[in-house]
Structures are given as C-alpha cells and as structure tokens.
Write a protein that binds this ligand. Structure first.
Ligand code: AMP
Length: 276
C-alpha cells in the first residue's frame, strides 16, 4: 500500500494505477463503518482496479474551532485499517497542500444545506462539497463511496454531481452501528463512559418514533425519550421530506426523522427513514 502526502506524489501514483479508481474520502479516526466502505470499494474495484482512501480533516467544513482541534488523528492505526481492508493507496495531504492561504473559490449548495445540520452549521456542506470536488478532480476517480450515515452530506454530494455534470459515480453504503444501536462515529470516543452508555437512546428514540402514525406524535415520542437523558441536549429534531430535506408533516411521501444531539461538546447525529 502506497502513501501520497502531496498532490504531485498522488498524481504520479495514479498515473501508474489501473482503473477503475474507487475513492473513499474520510477524515480519519477510522472505525468499522469506514472499514466497510473500504471493503465495498475493494469489491467494486475488482482484482484490477485501485482503491484509494483519503484521510484529511477538512478545516473549511468545521464551524467550531474546538471541534476541529479535538478531532482525533490516530494516523498509524488508520493506515493499518486501510491496509487490512484492501486499500491500494492512501492520500494524506496537510492543510497547506489542499488550500492556498488565500484560496477564494468554493462550491456553494444553496438548497439542501439550509435544513437540518446545514441550518445549525452554516457553510458546513459548502466546505464538504468543495473538498469532495477537489478530491474528485485530483484523483480522477471513477467512483466514490459515501456512508448513508451522513445522509445530508450524501444528498448534497449527489446534488453537486448532478448540477456540475461530474462524471464520478456515487456509491452509497448503509450505516454501520455498534451492537447497542449507536451509529459508529469518530466522535464517539470523545464521550465519557456515562455519556456513551446513554447515547444509544438516540437510535432507540428514532425507532420508537418511527412506529407512530403522524408527524406530531413522532416528534413528541422521540423528543421525550432523548429529553429524558440527563446528558443529552437536542440541537434539532426534525421530520423532513426525503428528497428536498425541507420540514414536512406529510407521511404519504418518503420522509426522514433526523436529530442532532449534544453530549457535552460532542455532537451526535442520527436518523431513520420513514415510509420506504
Ligand atoms: P468521516 O470520516 O466521518 O468524514 O466519514 C467518512 C465516510 O465514512 C463518510 O462517507 C461517512 O458517511 C462514512 N461513515 C462514517 N461513519 C459511518 C458509519 N457508522 N456507517 C457507515 N458509513 C460511515
């Protein structure tokens, strides 16, 4: 498995690599969720193709400096996960390699991003789209794998691919969960033992709410279960249309019940699909 730290090294490696090139963009602190994405990329690449994992904690998608500074960066463990799951190469640029100090051009997604996490984190999805577009252009990848865990991110990236006529195929991967239902996240390790024990209530609340037959009851049931925690502070809890991500009460179309919850400084996110 090769490692490229600069764009020039990456280009040299990829010029010699066989296609298809399948990219798995990550911010590192890799867990089983990321590992499954790499395995899926390996399956899609077949024996001939090239699986490339990028590890880059993208500064322009963070709205809180503390969150960026606290983001875990266990590089050697990450490289082990990449190698074990069949990556052919890893791209680990630093901030200066990815962004000129006076960079001034970004991608702007102006519809899907106004809801849910985007409403609470202005500019976040523009930062995500910008780095993903740069990675697509730098790697010339044929396909890229993204987790459904971050469904708003996936929706914004699909919209970017559609609107900018990008040729990269987007491959979704279902959410991987801990055995108690908590969605795996690089942020989970920042929870205290008590917070970690409490956090599965997020998934439980969403599942319980999904059994209700109207929007108001869904929000009430989920809000009550999460609100019953001594640690959890709801950032938002919302039922949205699965296509536009705008708030809805209409359950005759596919919808998504989503929430973001703070445990101290750690913001956890989860959702459940309704009606599909
Ligand atoms: P991140 O490193 O958090 O930016 O995530 C990199 C990729 O892994 C994104 O496409 C995420 O959606 C995906 N991912 C993160 N956690 C999970 C999970 N628990 N299950 C599936 N995919 C995940």
């Amino acid at each position: 498995m090769w490692i490229a730290k600069t764009k020039a090294e990456l280009r040299a490696r990829l010029d010699a690599a066989s296609r298809p090139i399948i990219l798995v963009p990550t911010m590192g602190a890799l867990h089983e969720g990321h590992a499954s994405l790499i395995s899926l990329a390996k399956e899609k690449a077949g024996t001939e193709g090239t699986v490339l994992v990028s590890i880059f904690v993208n500064p322009i998608q963070f709205d809180r400096a503390g969150d960026l500074a606290a983001y875990p960066r266990p590089l050697s463990a990450d490289l082990g996960v990449c190698e074990t799951h069949g990556a052919d190469g890893v791209f680990i640029p630093d901030d200066g390699e990815m962004y000129f100090s006076d960079h001034s051009v970004t991608v702007k997604e102006s519809s899907l991003s106004t809801h849910l996490c985007g409403a609470a984190r202005p500019g976040h999805f523009d930062g995500v789209c910008t780095v993903v577009l740069k990675l697509f252009l730098l790697t010339g990848c044929n396909s890229a794998v993204f987790g459904e865990k971050d469904f708003q991110q996936l929706a914004a990236i699909r919209r970017m691919v559609r609107d900018l006529d990008l040729q990269t195929e987007i491959i979704p991967h279902p959410t991987i969960r801990e055995s108690d239902g908590l969605a795996m996240s690089s942020r989970n390790i920042r929870l205290t033992t008590a917070q970690r024990a409490d956090a599965p209530r997020i998934h439980q609340a969403l599942l319980a709410a999904a059994g209700e037959s109207d929007a108001e009851s869904m929000l009430r049931v989920a809000g009550k279960i999460i609100g019953g925690s001594e640690f959890a502070k709801i950032d938002y809890l919302s039922l949205v249309d699965a296509e536009t991500l705008a708030p809805t009460e209409n359950l005759s179309k596919p919808a998504i019940l989503a929430c973001a919850v703070f445990y101290g400084e750690v913001r956890l996110f989860d959702y459940v699909s309704i009606g599909r």
